[in-house]
Design a protein around this ligand. Structure first.
Ligand SMILES: [Zn+2]
Ligand SMILES: [Zn+2]
Ligand SMILES: [Zn+2]
Length: 219
């Protein structure tokens, strides 16, 4: 199966580009060489690589700061445990500063050690930005994947968590979910997250959709 690309939006200017082009776009157009904050440009991907984020965070911030952000945008359902891991299952302390990771370093991340969501974190390179209060600046995020209803092909709203193990999760619009007699207690909303359909994930902390984010930040 060919690797499907999923484009994303630049949260600084709105450009819609693929993942690699977006990284170059951000380094070329949005790095502020006079900025006071020395930062790490970070890429986060799901096991399904169509889910991706580009962020920057000060070198003095920690993995805990990244963990907090990932929980909000992609993961949090019931306050599960999480961990960052290096080669050989070596676990990094949450207090570990980002300055510890050389350019190009890659580490794993797991949220929930039962119904686990695994992510890959890449320290792409160093950049600078103007001083800001929020530790994490969201630079780019994949556009929502168009999950289609298995019954009628319309945009899907629900995932049947009892049927997650095929090539793609079984997704339905509300009308077809009722017709197909899906157990609605076992259905979860379609979300723009690699945790869609897992445990009790509903995406309620995800206020980072491109349009609402831009509206809120008045750009
Ligand atoms: Zn841009
Ligand atoms: Zn949970
Ligand atoms: Zn339908």
């Amino acid at each position: 199966m060919a690797t499907q690309q999923q484009k994303g939006n630049c949260y600084l200017c709105g450009a819609e580009l693929g993942k690699v082009a977006m990284k170059n776009h951000i380094l070329k157009l949005h790095s502020d060489s006079k900025g006071e904050q020395e930062c790490c440009l970070i890429k986060v991907e799901g096991m399904d690589k169509r889910y991706w984020l580009l962020l920057d965070m000060p070198l003095t911030s920690s993995l805990k700061n990244l963990d907090d952000f990932l929980r909000k945008i992609w993961l949090e359902c019931c306050g599960h445990m999480s961990a960052f891991e290096g080669p050989g299952y070596q676990e990094y302390p949450m207090s570990c500063k980002l300055s510890a990771f050389p350019e190009g370093a890659q580490i794993g991340y797991e949220y929930d050690f039962g119904d686990t969501t695994r992510l890959q974190v890449t320290f792409v390179g160093q950049t600078r930005r103007k001083k800001q209060r929020e530790v994490v600046r969201l630079l780019a995020r994949n556009t929502p994947i168009n999950w289609k209803c298995a019954g009628c092909g319309a945009p899907a709203e629900l995932v049947d968590t009892e049927d997650m193990f095929g090539e793609a999760p079984a997704c339905y619009c509300e009308a077809c979910a009722e017709k197909a007699e899906i157990d609605l207690d076992m259905a979860l909303p379609v979300t723009n997250s690699p945790r869609m359909g897992a445990c009790a994930y509903t995406g309620e902390l995800d206020h980072y959709g491109f349009e609402e984010y831009v509206k809120r930040n008045g750009k």
